[in-house]
Write a protein that binds this ligand. Sequence first.
Ligand SMILES: *Cc1c(COP(=O)(O)O)cnc(C)c1O
Length: 243
Amino acid sequence: MSQDVQARIAQNLARVEERISAACRRANRPRSAVTLVAVSKTRSLDEISAAYACGVQHLGENRAEELQSKVPALAAQWTGEPPRWHMIGHVQSRKARQVVALCHMLHSLDSLSLAARLNCQAEQQAKVLPVLVECNVSGEASKFGFNAWDQDDWPTLAEELAQLTEYRHLAIRGLMTMAPVVKIQEDTRPVFIKLRELRNFVSSALPALDWRELSMGMSDDFEVAVEEGATLVRIGRAIFESW
Ligand SMILES: *Cc1c(COP(=O)(O)O)cnc(C)c1O
């Protein structure tokens, strides 16, 4: 493995870690309340191994095909506890079986038909898959996820999500969102506040399910997300690219 790659990733991770810690302090949250998911999509096996060597324990991929090739390719390399793989991108139903087999948590549950499919596959594999419900709280047309930008629709959304209580092989853990791309980090704050409020709403509407996790924040906006309650941040470029 190239020393350059290793050094760059180590330095980037230290900087990201510092920024997460500072955001936690500003929000009066313990650092342990936030899990860093290093988004390894498009990165080489060497870069991923380097991140692991620097202590990364959670990896995120957004395409099932990439998860399918990388998980086995890296399996022999782990020297200690293997990392946990997070699926963070849209899953086509024909890929449900592989995703259930390979990931530890799915952040991108974006339809009830996908939920049915995943539940069925998880049952066949005798697994319970932790999942987050992806919600579009910004109203951007390009986004996947349950439509939740209009608060008047939240009761109807909660009724829909009640269906999830029947899926015994899915463990609902919370919500995920992607903020729109903006020039100023601060402009993402309303989106993260809205996801937290939506989480509080579905928690009271559907107390039988566990809604504790909030997956929000990427390279350009994770500090604001942490300040607003993110429990999982998904960071790619700030860890793997040179600045
Ligand atoms: C790529 C991706 C990320 C990470 O984005 P960066 O800007 O590289 O930090 C986070 N979440 C999802 C769903 C992604 O596809």
